[in-house]
Design a protein around this ligand. Sequence first.
Ligand code: G3P
Length: 214
Amino acid sequence: MQLYIDTANLDEIRRARDLGVLDGVTTNPSLIAKEGVDLTRRMEEICALVNGPVSAEVIATDFDGMMREGVRNAGIAPNIVVKLPCTEPGLRACKALSDQGIRTNMTLCFQPLQAWLVAKAGAFLVSPFIGRLDDVGQDGMDLIAQIRRVYDTYGFQTKLLAASIRHPKHMLECLLAGADVATVPYSVIAQLLKHPLTELGLEKFLADHRKAFG
Ligand code: G3P
């Protein structure tokens, strides 16, 4: 499973990249707004830091606007992936951009039928939102498992990118369910290596070493 970081913050991207296991970056309008930065400028900065796919989401909600923004964003750097919502205009733009060789990430996916249609339209990535389904009393991981099954049954190449991941348990469940990619905030990446027995074990090793050798 590939690991993307879900942020528009350059320090977090640098820290994740320096771990040596980062495969890409996703952003969304909320994350750009949180940084208070211009999208084009920030995408240039992110693409200078990371070679893997970097998702830049369109703001437009109509087909023509999505196409204009999508083509413009794709021109920022070769590793830009145009992020579009799983709506009717979004599906049409996905097909049109994919036909032009521009990679897309279809976001705000909440049911396997959306994932099926965007795969038919040639999406590079589909982003089912696990945490937000959990928030409304549904099991987000069921969606991951269902999309995996649909894609494997029909041989779709679209990568299943698990998004809206809130904690390490989500990550483990994504690994077990066969997600291709998980995108997570830095706070979750930082938790992945943490285990109290690792900390305690290390303390004991060092204490024993000090006792023996000073
Ligand atoms: O990439 C989408 C993701 O950022 C949404 O996460 O935690 O806002 O549901 P969240």
